[in-house]
Design a protein around this ligand. Structure first.
Ligand SMILES: Cc1cc2nc3c(=O)[nH]c(=O)nc-3n(C[C@H](O)[C@H](O)[C@H](O)COP(=O)(O)O)c2cc1C
Length: 217
């Protein structure tokens, strides 16, 4: 356990887990009990989560990897003005994995690990009813960040993954998720692999005044 500020600083994306160290269900239950305290528009509590472990998770990974090897994910491209940020992130993430920019095969293998949930033994799917809108996505996001912090405080690593939403029909079919639920993202949960150097990466942030404006009288 940490105090709140420590947990916020400690949380970061883990991109390699210990596949054979299971996640105790009691820790996930505790974290979920905290996460549902998140605020939401009209208290809709718009988050819907599905978790898979064991053979169900393995079947999902097999199906996702098969698909990812055959066709690109359906993820909307970033607007031009933001595209450089993904390139900058890629340089930090793949650089920390020791993968050179021109090494397309190593990069492809690293990207494919997304659909293995980075080998995490617990695979989460974050969903929301398809008729809800962007204001309700805020509620799901608040739930999700609280969940990440509560899991971090319990010694677990996490990675939120839009990549999982790139093959929604596979996720729907493998986990029998009702069609009225949209797949927003995946969530890998497990114990970080301490021998994977990229797990120590701390992604930089812009200066606050680039994103926040104060108008003072
Ligand atoms: C909605 C969302 C989707 C994300 N999708 C992916 C993903 O598909 N693959 C991945 O490796 N990281 C993904 N991330 C992690 C981000 O790259 C990461 O949060 C960001 O670079 C900041 O790094 P940090 O989480 O280590 O602080 C995602 C994060 C969020 C919030």
């Amino acid at each position: 356990m940490f105090d709140l500020e420590e947990v916020i600083r400690e949380r970061h994306s883990t991109r390699m887990f210990l596949p054979d160290r299971p996640v105790p269900r009691s820790l996930v239950d505790e974290a979920l009990a905290l996460a549902v305290r998140a605020p939401s528009n009209s208290n809709l509590q718009p988050w819907q989560m599905v978790f898979a472990s064991g053979a169900v998770r393995d079947r999902l990974v097999t199906a996702l990897l098969h698909e990812a090897r055959s066709r690109p994910p359906k993820i909307p491209p970033l607007p031009h003005a933001f595209a450089h940020l993904r390139r900058e992130l890629g340089a930090q993430v793949y650089g920390s994995m020791g993968i050179a920019r021109e090494d397309t095969e190593a990069r492809r293998e690293a990207v494919l690990r997304n659909w293995e949930f980075f080998r995490a033994p617990l695979a989460g799917i974050v969903c929301m009813h398809r008729d809800l809108g962007s204001v309700d996505c805020l509620g799901v996001g608040m739930f999700l960040q609280t969940l990440l912090l509560a899991l971090t405080a319990r010694g677990l690593g996490t990675c939120v993954q839009v990549s999982i939403a790139g093959y929604p029909e596979i996720v729907h079919a493998q986990l029998a998720i009702p069609t009225e639920l949209s797949i927003l993202c995946g969530l890998a949960v497990g114990y970080p692999d301490p021998s994977f150097p990229a797990n120590d990466l701390r992604i930089s942030r812009r200066a606050i005044d680039e994103n926040v404006v104060f108008h003072d009288a």
